[in-house]
Ligand binder design. Structure first.
Ligand code: E4P
Length: 226
């Protein structure tokens, strides 16, 4: 499963990218709104794209098909490799269909059911973003939607990428991978949590303590012999 970071924070993106585990980044208007309003959105997006280098999803805020296309074209004028994030509404399906006809990658976002995922795939979306956490928040199983979608994809031979989004903790990451999501997009804190294990930290501490003890013993022996 590929790992994207779900963020617009440059420090977080830089650090996660430096670990060599990311193949992309997803942003959305809410994530951008958390950052310094003095920085122009275009400049921030371009910087994010330059840091990560791979997939970069940028979301439109228009809600009518023609306006979505115009916004997509503006984003593509910033950098032609952009993946356009379009909301899963009827106007978004029509926009996706048109953009896909021009071979522009679309990440259809705000998907909460396998039938929505199927419609997004059929409209030509290259990525279908299923929001696990927000489903769990309302006592629905987000992971079940990923499982259902993956089962449909297998049976029907569909090729758009299933992207597990709205992940809240490392368990979501684990479950998404087991359910067959092709990609997960994950907040920085969840990425960092998923890398931590107390036995790794304790193990390293013990290795280093033993190494330094050995060095001290060697130094003592040498000074006795000198
Ligand atoms: C996906 O691309 C979205 O940016 C994201 O995962 C939304 O997650 P949230 O529910 O944490 O806002």
């Amino acid at each position: 499963m590929e790992l994207y970071i779900d963020s617009a924070n440059l420090d977080h993106i830089k650090h996660a990218a430096s670990l060599g585990i990311l193949t992309g980044v997803t942003t959305n208007p809410s994530l951008l709104a958390k950052e310094d309003p003095a920085v122009d959105v275009r400049d921030r997006i371009l910087e994010i794209h330059n840091i990560v280098g791979g997939h970069c999803s940028v979301e439109v805020v228009a809600t009518e098909t023609d306006a979505m296309i115009a916004e997509a074209d503006e984003i593509l004028s910033w950098f032609p490799q952009a993946t356009i994030k379009i909301p899963m509404i009827p106007a978004g399906l029509a926009a996706t269909h048109q953009l896909a006809g021009r071979n522009i990658p679309v990440n259809m976002t705000l998907i909460f059911s396998a039938t929505q995922a199927l419609a997004a795939n059929n409209a030509g979306a290259r990525y279908v973003s299923i929001f696990l956490g927000r489903l769990d928040d309302i006592a629905n199983s987000g992971i079940q939607v990923v499982r259902d979608t993956r089962e449909i994809w297998e049976r029907q031979g569909l090729d758009s990428k299933i992207l597990a989004a709205s992940l809240r903790h490392p368990m979501h990451l684990l479950e998404a991978a087991k359910a067959g999501a092709h990609i997960s997009t994950t907040p920085y804190q969840v990425i960092m949590q998923s890398l931590k294990h107390p036995l790794t930290d304790n193990g390293l501490e013990k290795f280093l303590a033993d190494y330094h003890k050995m060095q001290a013993e060697i130094a003592e022996l040498r000074s006795e012999l000198a």
